[in-house]
Design a protein around this ligand. Structure first.
Ligand code: ASP
Length: 523
């Protein structure tokens, strides 16, 4: 009579089959019972702050505050055990392929991955700071110079950037690097590891790892991480409106997507919302058209000639009842906006039983944008430019620099970027050239990365590598959109831990020891 749920007890007795008719096939142990001779309470339990069954929706903050109880729930047990299976399969697959597990340090000088560093003040060197690794990038390259040939590690990486459902300050990635290797070698080894992890969870080994260039992905899907589980691809309309009188379509790139049967399904209110979304995403607006028998029902229909309407219907393969979205803008904006619209209109949800569409995206641009004339790297500054584009690498190259392709690649799964990698620059002369282009002046480059350039002067093998998020892979395999569901002790969206109350203030004594003084909080 004293027993309550969540009590920890020791029962001594005899395991026996349940009397017939009392078996419960919903329970893993539903066919047996214990005839108890003795029950001992090892530990009593207060009533838990939320029900521990999986059917109740519980506020995430409350769950994280009592994570040790949340972990008892069946979905968390399943997710964490799956995660361990993923990690174990990855290790096995890497080792089978001759990769050596090497740990790289946590207290380092900065490694650039384009995010903000977390820093740690040094007590012994007052006024100096360590950075926590955004990735083991530089160390793994040094391992290649060190003759280790094939390195891997399930590495903890830290990046101080805004958190989202698919992002935490600290995350784990399968990080790998190989010498005398090109892109093909990396694809083979990483696909093998990912396939092994997938098989360990689903029982089925994926065999298809197709490829697509970045340019094709943008043209067809408006995204560098296309979700290929559904169609709704972008249609090129620019040549069709080359001579148009309609001002809005007089743009460098005009493209559209077709939502089959969307004319009736998508309400006017929803269309207004989507138009607002497009503006928020950086567009000028959205042209929509409902396809009718003899005409297009659209606020802009009156600005188009009959010929234009006919060619448009033909190009878009439009059928009565379809809805068309058209965007006219610079190429990057047009593709990007339609890519977002495509997801908004057609993206299936994440489903543990659904298809797993892996896809390698190749030939990413070397630079993402120009910032005051200076190019900003897309992947990281150690990425090899595409050999065919080397002559475009002119410091005064201007916009043309944005066309320089690189030997970098991503692995995408169902529209999520799993990870990135590249063939690296292993020649100090090309590396210095890239630093100069990026505006990292020689002295700064020397101070920040001098040791890497030095290392390359002692004979560096050509090398290439990759890293992908194991939290993300696990989340997708168990059908969760939120990576916090596969991490034992994650932070909330605001970067706090409601359980341990981190981050928290330091004692003045501790600050003194570190030689730190706090400024009043910025207002
Ligand atoms: N260091 C890269 C990253 O963390 C991966 C790589 O290039 O190997 O994204």
């Amino acid at each position: 009579a004293d027993l309550r749920s969540e009590y920890v007890v020791r029962v001594t007795g005899t395991v026996r089959a349940r009397p017939s008719q009392t078996e419960n096939s919903d329970l893993p142990t539903g066919e047996i019972e214990i005839g108890a001779d003795n029950v001992e309470i090892l530990s009593a339990a207060e009533p838990p702050p939320f029900p521990l069954d999986e059917r109740t929706e519980v506020d995430e903050k409350l769950r994280l505050q009592h994570r040790y109880l949340d972990l008892r729930r069946a979905p968390m047990q399943h997710n964490l055990r799956t995660r361990a299976r993923v990690n174990s399969a990855l290790r096995g697959a890497m080792e089978e392929q001759g990769f050596v597990e090497i740990e790289t340090p946590m207290l380092i000088a900065s490694t650039p991955e384009g995010a903000r560093d977390f820093v740690v003040p040094s007590r012994l060197h007052p006024g100096n700071f360590y950075a926590l690794p955004q990735s083991p990038q530089i160390f793994k390259q040094l391992c290649m110079v060190g003759g280790l040939d094939r390195y891997y590690q399930i590495a903890r990486c830290l990046r101080d950037e805004d958190l989202r459902a698919d992002r935490q300050f600290e995350f784990l990635q399968l990080d790998a690097e190989m010498s005398f290797a090109d892109q093909e070698d990396v694809f083979e080894c990483i696909s093998h590891a990912v396939a092994a992890a997938t098989e360990a969870v689903t029982g089925q080994r994926p065999t298809e790892f197709p490829r697509m260039t970045w340019r094709e992905a943008m043209e067809r899907f408006g995204s560098d991480k296309p979700d290929t589980r559904f169609g709704m691809e972008l249609t090129e309309l620019t040549p069709l409106f080359a001579e148009t009188e309609f001002k809005v379509f007089q743009a460098p790139a005009v493209k559209g997507i077709r939502i089959p049967g969307g004319a009736a399904e998508v309400t006017r209110k929803r269309l207004d919302e989507l138009t607002e979304d497009v503006k928020r995403w950086g567009g000028k607006g959205l042209v929509w058209m409902r396809v009718e028998e003899d005409s297009l029902n659209s606020p802009v229909a009156k600005f188009l000639t009959d010929d234009e309407v006919a060619s448009l219907r033909f190009a878009m393969e439009a059928e009565v009842g379809d809805l068309l979205f058209i965007v006219a803008d610079e190429w990057r904006n047009t593709t990007h906006l339609l890519g977002l619209l495509r997801l908004a209109m057609g993206r299936p949800s994440i489903d543990a039983d659904g298809p797993l569409n892996f896809l390698w995206i190749t030939e990413f641009p070397l630079f993402e944008e120009l910032d005051g004339g200076k190019p900003v790297f897309m992947h990281h500054p150690f990425t090899m430019p595409h050999p065919e584009d080397l002559d475009l690498l002119d410091p005064d190259g201007g916009e043309a620099l944005l066309d320089v392709r690189s030997l970098s690649y991503d692995l995408v799964l169902n529209g999520w970027e799993l990870g990135s990698g590249s063939v690296r620059i292993h020649r100090p002369d090309i590396q210095s050239q890239i630093f100069t282009l990026l505006g990292i002046e020689t002295e700064e480059a020397e101070e920040k990365f001098g040791f890497l350039l030095d290392a390359f002067r002692y004979g560096a093998p050509p090398h290439a590598g990759f890293a992908f998020g194991t939290d993300r892979l696990t989340a997708l395999l168990v059908g969760e959109e939120n990576i916090r569901e596969v991490i034992a002790f994650p932070k909330t969206q605001s970067g706090a831990d409601p359980l341990t109350k981190a981050p928290s203030p330091l004692e003045p004594k501790h600050l003194d020891e570190l030689g730190l003084r706090l400024l009043p909080p910025a207002t």
